[in-house]
Write a protein that binds this ligand. Sequence first.
Ligand SMILES: [Zn+2]
Ligand SMILES: [Zn+2]
Length: 294
Amino acid sequence: MPLLGAHISSAGGLHRAVERASALGCEAMQIFTHNPLQWQGKTPSPAGIDAFRRTLLESGVKKVTAHASYLINLAGDGYVRNHSIDAVIREIELCYQLGIDSLVLHPGSSRGGSRAGALSNLAGALEKIIDRTIDKNVVILLETMAGQGDILGSSIDEFETVFEAMSWNNRLGVCADVCHVFGAGVDVRSEEGYLRFVSSLDRHFGLGRVGCWHLSDNKGALGSNIDRHEHIGQGAIGIIPFSMLVSDERFADTPAILETPKEGVGDAGNLALLRKLRGAERQAADTRRSGGRG
Ligand SMILES: [Zn+2]
Ligand SMILES: [Zn+2]
């Protein structure tokens, strides 16, 4: 089963994020290693890195993923692209020092140019990054996006194009964001819809490439390209895909990270709901397996 967790603030030091995640009972967590609206954060001291690794070892958090800065655009060209390449390399090096084995990255934007050109910029930039971090085994997870404007990653075909251009390098994967795929037009509201979506992931690049899930409902409608995160079960998606995912054995040990609003029921409330759904779905599956006797 997926490892349930949330995106956690690292205010006050990266090890504080682990403490917060532990207090919530998270099995996995996602962090920004620095302010995501800045190109470069303060590099943590060796003592800070040590504190993070030690706190993590002593916690119940089994997997951590980092989310890269929002400013990065590997699909662009010129200055922004070069700056983005350097920024991703710095993030990978820091992940490596922290013992984090995956980095979630937005695929970027074509900024009015051709999408095919932008995808080829992205593949070329990723190639450079992987070459220059060849001894750092951190997997780059491209996140599925809701399809606003020129943003890449709203269709699974685009991921396949990039992977293909990079000869299916094993340091590439996908972060499947439920809120975003729904905004992009994938109807995951029913059991069949969820199963159809997972089959399409499998067909395009194999489920082993799905290194992370992002969980939140969407305030926007199906196919609206809107990306407005809502508490689980309180938006236009409803609880069905989340209840299917939390007990889906095909994603054993894959982080399933809440990106729901922090106000209202908050992470604690959403996690409690996911755990309840996991229990209920398991019971239902057991009943199905035993042919309805029990
Ligand atoms: Zn993201
Ligand atoms: Zn996300």
